[in-house]
Design a protein. Structure first.
Length: 309
């Protein structure tokens, strides 16, 4: 019978590597090490890197592998406490007030106590993440923290320090056990050192060719082996160019999947030109490849793979 319910965190770095591999996440040992330490020390994991390199996926893998709820706080400019922590169900509260006023049997004090109770509290991600049971703390993903402002960052710092939040009408709510926190940032702005000091840090870089090819084999198993090798070799070279936005692993998988849908078994200049919008998202980058750069890279890829055979 399959194991259900929350599972214990890995007892070693090797078990962490196995846990990630079991969820088809191909990680290097440095990432597995900092993840293991984060879990064992109950410290937030701060992941920084380019978009599309697999930072968010780590939280999803943790949730699946450990049998924990995944709570995601997607950050954006203007994110405030009511959106991130809690708010009251004002419509339901007004109905309750009207009903109690109609009966005339409830005192003002009792009425306030009734409408400001758990029944009308809407738990947003931060508060939800602090209410997990001991031994079953959720995975709390704070995604793209760099999109918020410094005021929210300072508020978050308090949460990560004490693992508690105060709701004035109810009092202080403390976590029975700290959630497994994963913070990601694409480094569009610097995060304050005070917050970083409370976390274990890791820069998630683009994978090397061997690891990226393994990722393609796992995530797009239907792709032709030759095609997968050419796709990875092409993208590895593409990242060395001075592009506005280099393709991430997510784009590698999208491209391999798209080419497979087109029944391609190898790259050719026409196919690269027709499908480049799957890989690159800025017209200046696409135009650069159309000026002969794409054909040059493809020729190099073909020559390299032919020499290796």
């Amino acid at each position: 019978m399959a194991e259900t319910g929350p599972r214990p965190v890995p007892a070693s770095i090797d078990e962490t590597v196995e846990m990630l591999a079991g969820a088809d996440y191909v990680a290097d040992r440095a990432l597995a090490t900092v993840l293991f330490l984060s879990l064992r020390m109950q410290r937030p994991l701060f992941l920084e890197g380019e978009a599309g390199v697999g930072k968010t996926e780590i939280a999803k893998v943790l949730s699946s592998a450990l049998g924990r709820r995944l709570i995601r706080l997607q950050c954006y400019e203007g994110l405030d406490v009511s959106s991130a922590v809690y708010e009251w169900n004002y419509a339901a509260q007004m109905i309750e007030i009207r009903m109690e006023e109609a009966t005339g049997e409830t005192s003002r004090t009792a009425m306030e106590r009734n409408v400001f109770s758990e029944k009308y509290l809407i738990r947003r991600p931060v508060l939800d993440a602090l209410t997990g049971e001991k031994g079953a703390a959720p995975v709390f993903l704070i995604d793209e923290l760099d999109r918020t402002d410094e005021a929210f960052e300072a508020f978050l710092l308090e949460i990560l320090s004490d693992w508690q939040v105060t709701v004035p009408e109810l009092g202080t709510i403390r976590a029975a056990e700290p959630p497994l926190v994963v913070i990601t940032t694409n480094r569009t702005r610097e995060i304050h050192d005070a917050l970083k000091r409370r976390c274990l840090y890791h820069w998630v870089d683009y994978p090397d060719a061997a690891r990226e090819l393994e990722i393609v084999h796992r995530k797009v198993p239907q792709a032709n082996a030759r095609l997968s090798a050419e796709v990875v070799a092409f993208i590895q070279r593409l990242r060395k160019l001075d592009l506005f936005k280099s393709p991430g692993v997510a784009e590698t998988l999208d491209w391999a999947g798209a080419l497979t849908e087109l029944d391609k078994v190898a790259l050719d200049p026409e196919t690269v030109s027709d499908t480049i919008g799957v890989l690159l998202k800025y017209q200046d980058d696409i135009a650069r490849l159309g000026q002969g750069e794409g054909r040059r890279i493809l020729d190099e890829v073909k020559a390299e793979l032919a020499a290796a055979e």
